[in-house]
Ligand binder design. Structure first.
Ligand code: ZN
Length: 182
């Protein structure tokens, strides 16, 4: 075989073997989701909490991984997504995670959705749905109904008692010149 023909064949094979950037990104996303699912499975195995896992990705790499630890910590807010946000924020030393992506084994609950917004995350990828979670005994549809004002019975009594100086903290915040707005 002529040398030029051999070189051309080798070059062709190399191009075929290297995945496109889109394929590479998709493969990475699969790995991130699988890691989130593994976290959920690990958490259940350890008896630390419900069957939920999450990872936060920055610059195409896993920054932190976490699973639900409500049972371990006795903290009802220790959902996988919240645990991951706390870890990532502590690691980066900032509350703004707008350059990160969160992968969750399941659709975030309303509390985590709020935390995700406060953390300024721009993208969330989730696997199982809220309906899958409800099927496993984790039904958050009632909280969505409360938020939407559709709940027929309120579990929590919400009483508005205005006019007791509740504007003082805001006045102080507005006057503060060295504050960090977030
Ligand atoms: Zn949650």
């Amino acid at each position: 075989m002529k040398l030029w023909l051999l070189s051309a064949l080798v070059a062709l094979l190399c191009v075929a073997a290297v995945p496109s950037s889109a394929e590479a990104a998709a493969a990475g996303e699969d790995e991130f989701m699988q890691t989130a699912i593994d976290e959920a499975v690990n958490g259940v195995g350890k008896g630390e909490g419900g069957p939920f896992g999450a990872v936060i990705v920055k610059d195409g790499k896993i920054l932190v991984r976490a699973h639900n630890q409500v049972l371990l910590t006795h903290d009802p807010t220790a959902h996988a997504e919240v645990q991951a946000i706390r870890k990532a924020s502590a690691l980066l030393g900032r509350f703004d995670l707008s350059d990160c992506v969160l992968y969750a084994s399941c659709e975030p609950c309303p509390m985590c959705l709020g935390a995700i917004h406060w953390a300024k995350l721009r993208k969330v990828v989730y696997g199982a749905t809220r309906y899958d979670a409800a099927n496993a005994g984790f039904d958050d549809s009632y909280i969505y109904e409360v938020i939407q004002g559709k709940a027929k019975v309120l579990q929590v009594a919400m009483e508005h008692r205005p006019g007791s100086g509740d504007d003082r903290p805001f006045a102080l915040w507005k006057q503060k010149t060295d504050k960090t707005q977030y």
